[in-house]
Ligand binder design. Structure first.
Ligand code: BTX
Length: 328
């Protein structure tokens, strides 16, 4: 198990080929053993190229999701080192809540191929078809007051945006507070649920839903005007295990930096990806309707806007009209 994990890490790190001899030296196993491990990896769906006198290289990653394919090659310290994969669940959120109560550690991750009762915010549902996306919940045990919990959601949105930018040419945007859009359509959503006591967060279950490999016809009719997948928008298939690993890796880096340095960096990143930041939108509350320019986010998670007379205002749940052709 751990040899295989190290083997994948070595193959990943190497640009180009790595020789059988190098692998056998680094792993302290025989060349024959290296070769046997390679065959096991192929069985798990890794496509590995072996070239005489050059060595080995990973050509493509498995589509098959298993606890193994998710953990092999995952070079994180704490994120996803405790990880569970299920074929079908009601909701990964529910499972992680149970695990949290049983005392599972910070960074525990649950991934499912399919959710039959995926949850959105405010009791909305989240469509989670089998094998087509990332349906995953992460257990966090931050040492933070509950009032800072919204920062974790904003942070998670920047993690997803960075991952998509790094893995493709797509230009993701974050629509306040935490929808991930590509070409004005929602490809991902985040659901943060918190358990707190005595002004201290006990734990947070951070759920990530990401539409990855749906084709146009596989997006539910009712939402097809506003929802999309990475495959539809990029024109190519994405490896789900590899994409999950990229999220977990990026999440750990961003989270550790946030804990060390505070919200400032998250704010900067978020605003860089923020949908319609710097643009004018129409805002309406029960009392009035007005035009304002969105200028950024606040440490408490509010959206900041400036009206035409220069007054700045913090918006919490105001109704924002995102505009023509935009997301509704
Ligand atoms: P949300 O409330 O912002 O979005 C829910 C709304 O988005 C729905 O009312 C519907 O209009 C639309 N929608 C439903 N399914 C999809 C979809 N697959 N793609 C795009 N739009 C959709 C966002 O909630 C938070 C979603 C979190 C989902 C994760 S998955 C892992 C974890 N487990 C779980 O049950 N929820 C989280």
């Amino acid at each position: 198990e751990s040899t295989r994990k190290q083997l994948i890490e070595l193959l990943e790190k190497q640009e180009g080929y790595i020789s059988g001899q190098q692998l056998s030296d680094s792993l302290q196993i025989s060349r024959t053993a290296v070769w046997k491990h390679m065959n096991e990896l192929k069985k798990d769906g890794y496509e590995i190229e072996a070239v005489q006198r050059k060595g080995y290289k990973i050509v493509s990653y498995p589509d098959k999701i298993s606890t193994n394919t998710l953990q092999w090659g995952l070079d994180t310290k704490w994120m996803g080192q405790n990880l569970y994969h299920y074929d079908q669940v009601e909701s990964t959120q529910q499972i992680v809540h149970e695990m949290a109560k049983q005392g599972m550690p910070h960074g525990t991750v649950v991934v499912a191929d399919e959710q039959v009762r995926g949850k959105g915010r405010m009791a909305r549902n989240w469509h989670s078809p089998k094998g087509k996306g990332i349906w995953m919940s992460i257990l966090l045990r931050p040492n933070l007051p509950p009032i800072q919990a919204p920062q974790l959601t904003l942070m998670a949105a920047t993690v997803l945006a960075k991952m998509i930018s790094e893995e493709s040419d797509l230009k993701p945007q974050i629509k306040w507070p935490n929808d991930l859009l590509v070409h004005h359509k929602k490809v991902s959503g985040i659901l943060t649920e918190m358990q707190a006591e005595h002004d201290q967060i006990q734990y947070v279950v951070l759920g990530i839903g990401m539409n990855v490999n749906q084709d146009l016809s596989e997006i539910q009719q009712e939402i097809s005007h506003k929802a999309s997948s990475l495959k539809i928008e990029s024109g190519s298939h994405w490896s789900i295990p590899k994409t999950i690993q990229s999220i977990l890796r990026q999440f750990e880096i961003t989270y550790d930096q946030y804990v060390k340095e505070g919200f400032q960096q998250v704010k900067k990143e978020w605003e860089r990806y923020g949908y319609k930041i710097g643009e004018e939108v129409t805002i309406s509350t029960m009392k009035k309707t007005w035009e304002a320019t969105l200028i950024g986010i606040e440490p408490d998670g509010a959206l900041k806007a400036r009206d035409r007379s220069g007054n700045e205002e913090k918006l919490y749940s105001a109704e924002i009209h995102w505009g023509e052709g935009g997301y509704h």
